[in-house]
Design a protein around this ligand. Structure first.
Ligand SMILES: O=P(O)(O)O[C@@H]1[C@@H](OP(=O)(O)O)[C@H](OP(=O)(O)O)[C@H](O)[C@H](OP(=O)(O)O)[C@H]1OP(=O)(O)O
Ligand SMILES: Nc1ncnc2c1ncn2[C@@H]1O[C@H](COP(=O)(O)OP(=O)(O)OP(=O)(O)O)[C@@H](O)[C@H]1O
Length: 432
């Protein structure tokens, strides 16, 4: 039976952070075997739904959050479970959620408050191990897309651009032109490279973007004893992390010294862990055709028989059903057994659904985050560290056309850049 969170008070849960679809709280109430060291992840809902997949009916189904089944049946076969959080389903109730939402509101970033709120109609939530609370500190990185696309299916108008500049760097450019915060200068291919110099550079830039945006970018976050830091121009805003990485009586460090001291312990962790390589490998393999190749395969499959080349075809993904968990499990069987031997340069129209589901899963790996946790030495217990991958949610297949449009917009906006960034994909497969 799942634990009932409503036996606790909403004030026992402290706001930690949030993303586009979830908000997370950490248990700070009286000692409890059920909730000590846990984090509660709740779904959000848009104030004004803008796309079909964000419209939720009034009757929220009573099954557990799909993330749990998805992680157990699908993700654990692709990422070793030692790198995943423990997840458990818990019951929640409307009035309890409403009170929690009321208490949380003042802690939420303004731009998130303007867009969405806790979905108080849900009756199930997810309890996870709290990866940022307790003693010590933690860094969260959202690494994003770690590969350059297979050029085979790129159109003549995008091939050069997409083969030299990675998706993240192009998207950051677009975001900047639209006045959004972006981790400009951070290239995921550096972070995923496994080369010390490049990984250090990626971390330096992430830190700089974090400080420069007052914590507004979502690619880098620092937590000290469960509190997310919001860097400001006042050195005191970074005091908590300075206290963690310098001895108590050290003089106030410069920003650069502090950055180096925070990054030093992260670097070996990132260089030694297999996690980044696993993530980028799945991202690349599952996005074997690029969205352009997927779109061409879709058109080829939907071309009316015997019609002229220019006959209209339905938009990418139209009418596709969301894969069930069983279908995703079957997909993983095929992916693990046959994907490496399939001819992705000449995809078969019979495999269209396979490639659509693959793209869907690639989106999950492109959007997840990692939390690096640094526990200090306590008594005889030496200092230890861990890396955990979070936010591995199944995406909605209805987003395929959104992803196609965003891809076109990102590349178009980058086409006019006079000095394009050259991103180096160390793990790109040799192509004949
Ligand atoms: O499309 P992207 O690459 O901008 O990714 C979206 C993220 O934007 P980012 O560029 O990382 O700031 C976006 O993050 P933010 O809301 O910007 O923090 C979400 O993660 C979104 O997924 P979902 O709606 O939560 O399922 C992400 O959408 P999906 O692409 O996963 O559908
Ligand atoms: N187990 C956990 N322990 C502590 N903090 C967590 C945990 N899981 C998530 N968080 C924090 O909550 C934030 C939001 O969670 P999550 O990334 O799962 O939300 P999301 O809305 O799915 O994100 P995105 O917009 O990237 O899709 C994370 O960025 C992280 O800071």
């Amino acid at each position: 039976m799942s634990a009932n969170v409503t036996s606790t008070s909403p004030s026992d849960w402290k706001y930690v952070s949030e993303g586009g679809s979830s908000i997370v709280f950490s248990y700070v109430g009286a000692p409890s075997p059920d909730f000590d060291g846990t984090a509660l992840r709740l779904r959000k809902v848009a104030h004004y739904p803008i796309s079909p997949e964000t419209i939720v009916s009034e009757d929220i189904e009573e099954q557990e959050d799909p993330t749990i089944l998805f992680q157990c049946q699908v993700i654990q076969r692709l990422i070793p479970s030692e790198y995943l959080p423990r997840l458990e389903s818990v019951d929640v109730e409307g009035p309890w959620l409403e009170e929690l939402a009321r208490l949380a509101e003042e802690h939420r970033p303004l731009e998130r408050r303007a867009k969405d709120k806790i979905d108080v109609r849900r009756r199930k939530a997810v309890l996870a191990n709290d990866l940022v609370g307790g003693s010590g500190w933690a860094v969260e990185i959202k690494p994003k897309w770690g590969f350059l696309p297979n050029p085979t299916h790129l159109s003549p108008s995008t091939k050069v651009t997409k083969s030299q500049t990675c998706r993240f760097c192009m998207h950051s450019h677009l975001k900047t032109t639209e006045g959004e915060d972006a981790s400009l200068g951070y290239c995921p291919l550096d972070l995923y490279s496994g080369e010390e110099k490049r990984v250090r550079k990626a971390l330096d830039v992430l830190w700089d973007a974090w400080v420069g945006s007052s914590g507004g970018v979502n690619n880098f976050k620092i937590f000290v004893e469960g509190h997310m830091l919001r860097p400001t121009t006042f050195p005191s805003s970074l005091g908590p992390i300075a206290h963690q990485v310098f001895s108590a009586n050290a003089a106030e460090p410069s920003l650069d010294t502090l950055r180096d001291q925070v990054i030093s312990p992260l670097l070996p962790l990132l260089l030694e862990t297999p996690v980044l390589r696993i993530l980028s490998t799945h991202q690349r393999n599952l996005d074997a055709l690029d969205i352009e190749g997927l779109s061409s395969l879709w058109s080829e499959t939907h071309k009316p028989a015997g019609s002229l080349e220019a006959a209209p075809v339905p938009p990418l993904g139209k009418g596709l059903s969301q894969p069930t968990i069983e279908e995703l499990e079957n997909f993983v069987d095929v992916y693990l057994e046959k994907h490496a031997s399939m001819d992705h340069n000449h995809p078969d129209t019979a495999d269209l659904r396979y490639y659509c589901i693959a793209y869907l899963l690639s989106a999950t790996f492109k959007d997840c985050s990692i939390i690096l946790r640094l526990h200090p030495a306590v008594g005889n217990t030496p200092a230890r560290s861990s890396i955990t991958v979070i936010d591995l949610d199944v995406k909605s297949i209805d987003r395929l056309p959104t992803w196609e449009k965003l891809d076109q917009k990102v590349v178009k906006a980058y086409a006019g850049v006079s000095q394009p960034t050259r991103c180096y994909d160390r793990w790109a497969p040799a192509r004949l």
